[in-house]
Design a binder for this molecule. Sequence first.
Ligand code: SF4
Ligand code: SF4
Length: 190
Amino acid sequence: MSVPLPGQGIVKGLVETARNFVGSYVEKDRLVTVQYPEERVPQAEASRNFPFLVYDGDDWQKGLRCVACQICEKECPPQCIYIVKDTARKPDHTGKLQFQPRLFEIDTSVCMSCQVCVEVCPFDAIKMDVEYELSTSDRFNSLLLRKAQLAKPNQYFHKIHPAEAAEVDARLGADKAKAEAKAAAATRPA
Ligand code: SF4
Ligand code: SF4
């Protein structure tokens, strides 16, 4: 059995430290420092912060998928969603009459990013955003997000969560085709 030389452990430690020091400058996968804000680390698809409202088509008001059912408002654990439902149905982006939210607000200073609102929405109308540069000194005007600020197109949803958005589109497309087939069968003469 060989007896370790005096100071051998220290030398080994110093060699390891030197290897890590040099490696942190030259090995690509270990260059972890990012020159923010010029550079940003790409976000994981599952990353999330606050919710937004998805709309289809070109007109954000008509295209909102939200039908103001208020389930998310009731289920939100810290109660930071505030919705006022329209009193009459209005045409959506396809011309179909729908109830829409007259007011839809989320207090992001209270929201805890739990995603419960997304999970309970039966219409895939609310999804989690990834925008994180939201610091402000004006709480009322900046952290209380109103309907116009919350509305974002389905293309944006595809950009930030491509797999989830594709799955939602496929599911909604299949549901629509099933409903159309059912309606066509109902009008067909016996
Ligand atoms: S976002 Fe969804 S759950 Fe919330 S009110 Fe609109 S349709 Fe209902
Ligand atoms: S993410 Fe959670 S806390 Fe935030 S609005 Fe949705 S349900 Fe409420």
